[in-house]
Design a protein around this ligand. Structure first.
Ligand code: GLA
Length: 369
């Protein structure tokens, strides 16, 4: 793991910490109905990943004030929505879709084919033997057809395949059960099945660590190869699970530039900025993890990352057709349990009391050209 010094970075950036705290509290008291979606009306929809439960709490009002697009955090993934071969559980996904329709929000679908959160039955037959390639593709087709057809006309864009690329330097595609059983072909099959079920839906390939030049080159290789085969793919989803120490402005600029050269639409699909230095693998808690406060230093570093990220999203607005946050507020984030279980993170633009953080003001502080 890379070594990282929060205090050093804060000092380097020459940050005026005291002033910013004061400004923040004054400004956050100022009532403003203008949400992120309004500030970015001329740029792209601003979305958020939600659970059906959150939409029944006081977070719903915040969602409606700030966002104009939703993604189901878990409800449309394979295991929750298709728990047994002959049984779909539509309840949670339907409830999110109904909320989106009721309030005229856009809805992204996430995700049709992934190696995680898969149901137990998927890769094996009734005697627990691994299924054949033909059988797995048949199951994939049935799944995609059922889910995409159900939300046809409601979901405008789908993350069709999630995280198929390997993180290992010498390996192209991830050695997942999908790949082991079907080979590379499952990826294009998933896109074709989704397109058959809803020819109007925009279809995305979605992945993380897209800011790494090595990973990015593999993602670009994949989408270009799909395009050259005439596979219906319309966009690349950049998950954007970032942190206070990465990406740098230059790194994100080249990331967006290189992806934009594919000619595909780009969406930021799972944005959050952890207040801890980036770590890619889960690990045990250690002594240095005890300070989980949202200190002024952490806040400043996070503000800088958010400010720069949105500056670049605006720069690439011709290519970026959506920016979605992964979770609503610091009340709850998946990062509270990753990479360290039970280490509170503060990665979003709203604090646990649902108040706008200083980073929110930095994100909306720009002049439309
Ligand atoms: C990945 C997935 C998301 C979510 C996050 C962590 O990015 O695409 O669905 O599971 O991990 O919460």
């Amino acid at each position: 793991m890379r070594s990282f010094n929060l205090f050093g970075l804060a000092a380097m950036a020459g940050l005026a910490i005291a002033c910013s705290w004061q400004c923040s509290s004054t400004r956050s008291q100022a009532a403003s109905d203008k949400g992120l979606k309004d500030h970015y009306r001329d740029y792209f929809p601003v979305g958020v990943a939600v659970s059906p439960r959150a939409l029944k709490t006081d977070e719903a009002a915040l969602v409606l004030r700030e966002f104009n697009s939703l993604t189901a955090e878990n409800a449309m993934k394979m295991a929750p929505i298709h728990p047994a071969m002959d049984r779909y559980n539509w309840r949670d996904a339907d409830s999110i879709a109904a909320f989106a329709q009721r309030h005229q929000l856009k809805l992204r679908g996430h995700t049709l084919c992934w190696h995680q959160q898969t149901p137990d039955w998927l890769f094996v037959d009734s005697s627990k033997q691994q299924v054949s390639r033909e059988e797995l593709l048949k199951r994939l087709k049935e799944h995609i057809t059922a889910v995409v057809s159900r939300y046809k006309g409601t979901i405008y864009a789908w993350d069709v395949v999630n995280e198929a690329i390997s993180d290992k330097p010498g390996e192209y595609l991830r050695n997942s059960p999908w790949f082991r059983i079907c080979g590379e072909e499952y990826i294009e099959a998933a896109f074709r099945y989704a397109h058959e079920a809803d020819p109007d839906a925009l279809l995305f390939y979605n992945d993380y660590n897209e800011i790494s030049p090595l990973k990015r080159a593999k993602i670009i290789r994949l989408v270009n190869s799909l395009k050259s085969k005439g596979v219906p793919i319309h966009g690349i989803g950049l998950q954007a699970h970032w942190a206070v120490n990465e990406p740098s402005y230059g790194q994100l600029d080249s990331t967006l530039r290189e992806f934009s050269l594919t000619g595909l639409k780009l969406q930021i699909t799972e944005l959050d900025i952890s207040v801890y230095a980036k770590e890619h693998d889960a690990r045990a808690r250690q002594a240095s993890d005890t300070d989980t406060s949202f200190s002024a230093q952490k806040a400043q570093l996070q503000q800088q990352r958010y400010r720069e990220a949105f500056q670049l999203f605006r720069k690439y607005k011709r290519h970026i057709t959506g920016v979605t946050f992964w979770n609503i507020s610091d009340r709850y984030s998946w990062l509270d349990n990753f990479p360290v279980r039970n280490r509170k993170d503060h990665p979003l633009l709203f604090n646990a009391n649902l108040q706008r953080k200083q980073a929110w003001w930095d994100v909306v502080d720009f002049k439309t050209p």
